[in-house]
Design a protein around this ligand. Structure first.
Ligand SMILES: [Zn+2]
Length: 304
């Protein structure tokens, strides 16, 4: 029913493009990103973070993703993003997710290996693939936050993948979670990425890589949002990262800003409106637009 995340990523690795991972929290986000995928014939990954599962519940989000995958004419995978709670990871495996992420990157190297190995054993028994993380991605989002960025060590990355058997690896090369990513500007360490790629053969994943497009921010700000100081990763650096071996790129912040901008605009321009559908339909439409831009940038258009 759901697409196999690992297969999607291995194909992307060969074809030198990246699969879009979109974080989902509600109906409108699911419909927006899935409509984008269908329009552009692109495979995508729907991802639920621990925060999203706390907000909506796994059963609801799973059901939304399931209906979407049944109706879509493109491959859709379902992924657990930043799994830290072992019970939740087990639930996702039991439920039939395509893949899970074990995020033990905040732990010491050996402990990260032990925890990741454990999840790999559980998941592989059910044919589910596993994303792990080594290094520290900066910024804050949902239940994940870190003050500093600690780049992934290429040698350690090789040892980590060899010893854990993880299927894909999230790397820290200078990206940052959330909307307030950088004090000055993005500066992805493509040299480090190159060294990781030469040693590690599994697909590589980029977190904290939203573009925070200024056109979107301007709309939100025009209708009252306080977003001063937000900063994203420019498209040019994303393209270089894909050429450097990144095959899965997570997008959450850009969808949130789209949602925020559209709802603010709808409320502001039609103050007499009180039908939630008339507030949320524009958000769904703008999310679709943003998702389409991401898919085009990642080069996965027509790959479904
Ligand atoms: Zn992340």
């Amino acid at each position: 029913m759901f697409a196999d995340t690992k297969k999607l990523l291995l194909k992307a690795q060969q074809g030198k493009y990246a699969i879009a991972h979109f974080n989902i929290n509600n109906l409108e986000i699911v419909q927006g990103v899935v409509q984008a995928a269908m329009k552009l014939k692109a495979p995508i990954i729907l991802a639920t973070s621990e925060g999203a599962l706390k907000y909506a519940g796994m059963n609801y989000l799973y059901a939304l993703a399931k209906i979407a995958s049944e109706q879509a004419n493109v491959p859709l995978a379902l992924h657990l993003d930043h799994g830290k709670d072992l019970d939740l990871i087990k639930q996702a495996i039991q439920k039939g997710y395509s893949s899970v992420m074990i995020d033990a990157s905040h732990q010491k190297f050996e402990k990260n290996i032990t925890l990741t190995k454990h999840v790999v054993a559980l998941a592989h028994k059910k044919g589910i693939s596993v994303e792990a993380e080594l290094g520290t991605i900066g910024g804050a989002e949902d239940l994940v936050s870190s003050r500093n960025i600690i780049y992934t060590d290429p040698e350690k990355a090789k040892e980590f993948v060899d010893r854990t058997g993880c299927d894909f690896l999230a790397v820290a090369i200078g990206t940052s979670h959330g909307a307030y990513k950088f004090k000055s500007h993005a500066n992805l360490q493509l040299g480090i990425l190159g060294r990781i790629q030469s040693k590690v053969k599994v697909p590589l994943v980029l977190h904290g890589a939203s573009g925070v497009p200024s056109a979107l921010v301007s709309v939100a700000q025009k209708y009252g949002a306080d977003l001063s100081g937000v900063k994203g990763v420019p498209d040019s650096q994303i393209k270089k990262a894909i050429m450097g071996g990144i095959t899965k790129i997570n997008t959450d912040t850009d969808l949130r800003i789209a949602f925020d901008a559209a709802v603010r605009k709808a409320l502001h321009t039609k103050p007499a409106e009180f039908d939630p559908r008339h507030m949320l339909a524009p958000a769904r439409d703008l999310i679709q637009k943003v998702a389409e831009q991401r898919i085009r940038l990642f080069g996965s258009i027509g790959k479904g």
